[in-house]
Design a protein around this ligand. Structure first.
Ligand code: TTP
Ligand code: MG
Length: 420
């Protein structure tokens, strides 16, 4: 399947043939995109965000190198800078004195976070008006999954132009957008032609697009690992794709397969909305490290009971359960599970946490902290079950909560608490 879009008037048509298509309105040659149904993940990132807001508020700064961060004689760092300042090598997180050395003629400004937050809110309202399925990544960027919005805004490529226009009209700012079959590709696409870019990477283009990118662009490679990889010949993302199995394992260990997949343009991660990414949890640090499973389960039951009570009170029922274990030497171990239905009782929460604990190798484990949290909330959507035992469990939980509300935390205990 191919999608043809006219760059001048946005006329579009889908065809199963790959051919030269002329726009019926303008007679211009249309751009063509293979597998258009896969192009639904959009990444949007505002250009030089803090600096762009400052220039918007003071148009005299337009065209000048502008550095947001504060007084260049202070000990702070650069928040961001305009693209004019970037030509001199100034970058985010660089010490201000260094930015001054590189570009003394720049206008240095104190950040005004309240103002940036307000603009950010407007931008996210625009994202939300296109789809409820958006995942904020920071103050100025988000992923949007536009699947299913075609009847409202046309193909995501057309929706992307509309989003860019809306943002420009509502805020006066420019945004760069990438559209691709997955998060990894769309994020790289949005950064490929900044500022004010719109880059589409189709399945067929993914390989060429990635092969040319420097290894720095690969997600998840830390600053410390980079020089080591480069010294060993991994300079481009292509070098990961082409490395043989043994070599990849040597440098990437257990993550070899993960990085290989990314280098091939494969990324199965879905767009997670804010309500899914938020979590609520309880944790406890112990005066003396815990060694045996029974002691751990006893503490976990207490955490589950407290957490579930809080969640029931705020009517927040989530589908993902997370267990956090910190060892005496500060190693952090986490295990998670996502369930079909939301968790509504402490007993269910505890059983899931217990299964997660069983997944951890506890031999010679000394535990200094345990934590339980729940995420992927479905607000006000307590799972309705018609199974008699589920109804029964829900009723018992309600009674337990009511008794505790009225007579205090210690007034009633489940049999389970006596077991551990
Ligand atoms: P970015 O989107 O990383 O940068 P940017 O929007 O300024 O520029 P680009 O066109 O490359 O996207 O970050 C968004 C804002 O977050 C940025 O304007 C300022 C702030 N920020 C910091 O305060 N410190 C930092 O180290 C970074 C990276 C960003
Ligand atoms: Mg940005």
């Amino acid at each position: 399947m191919y999608l043809y879009i006219c760059a001048l008037c946005d006329w579009s048509i889908v065809s199963d043939q790959n051919m030269a298509m002329l726009c019926v309105n303008c007679g211009k040659l249309c751009a063509s995109y293979d597998h258009p149904e896969s192009l639904h993940i959009l990444h949007a990132d505002m250009d030089a965000f803090f600096a762009a807001v400052e220039i918007l508020d003071n148009p005299k700064l337009k065209g000048k190198p502008v550095i947001v961060g504060g007084d260049p004689k202070s000990r702070g760092v650069v928040n961001t800078c305009s693209y004019e300042a970037r030509k001199f090598g100034v970058r985010s997180a660089m010490p201000l004195y260094k930015a001054y050395q590189l570009c003394p003629q720049a206008v240095f400004l104190e950040p005004n976070f309240k103002r940036y937050q307000d603009v950010s809110q407007k931008i996210f309202q625009i994202f939300e008006s296109f789809t409820p399925l958006y995942e904020p990544l920071s103050i100025d960027e988000a992923f949007l999954d536009l699947k299913g919005t075609e009847h409202l805004f046309g193909h995501p490529i057309l929706a992307a132009s509309k989003i860019k226009n809306h943002i420009k009209i509502e805020t006066g700012l420019t945004v760069s957008v990438g559209i691709a079959p997955n998060k990894f590709l769309s994020k790289l696409a949005s950064g490929a032609r900044k500022p004010d870019g719109l880059v589409i990477v189709t399945i067929d283009q993914a390989q060429n697009f990635l092969d040319e990118l420097d290894i720095e662009q690969m997600w998840g490679i830390g600053q410390k690992t980079l020089p080591h990889l480069k010294a060993n010949g991994f300079l481009k993302i292509k070098d990961i794709r082409l490395a043989d199995e043994g070599r990849l394992r040597k440098f990437f260990g257990n993550s070899a397969e993960h990085f290989r997949s990314l280098s091939l343009g494969l990324d199965a991660r879905t767009v997670i909305t804010d309500s899914e990414s938020k979590s609520c949890g309880k944790e406890l640090t112990f005066d003396q490290d815990l060694h045996d499973k029974k002691a751990m389960l006893k503490e976990l039951w207490i955490l589950c009971e407290k957490l579930m009570r809080e969640l029931n009170h705020s009517k927040m029922w989530g589908r993902s359960v997370h267990l956090k274990v910190k060892t005496s030497n500060f190693q952090l171990i986490t295990r998670s599970v996502t369930l079909q239905d939301t968790i509504t009782t402490d007993v269910d929460l505890f059983h899931n946490v217990k299964s997660l604990l069983n997944k951890i190798d506890r031999a010679s484990l000394k535990v200094r902290l345990l934590g339980v949290s729940v995420s992927r909330f479905e607000p006000d959507k307590m799972q309705i079950s018609l199974m008699p035992e589920e109804i029964q469990k829900g009723k018992i939980q309600q009674v337990v909560d009511q008794v505790k509300d009225k007579y205090g935390e210690q007034s009633i205990a489940r049999g389970i608490s006596k077991k551990y």
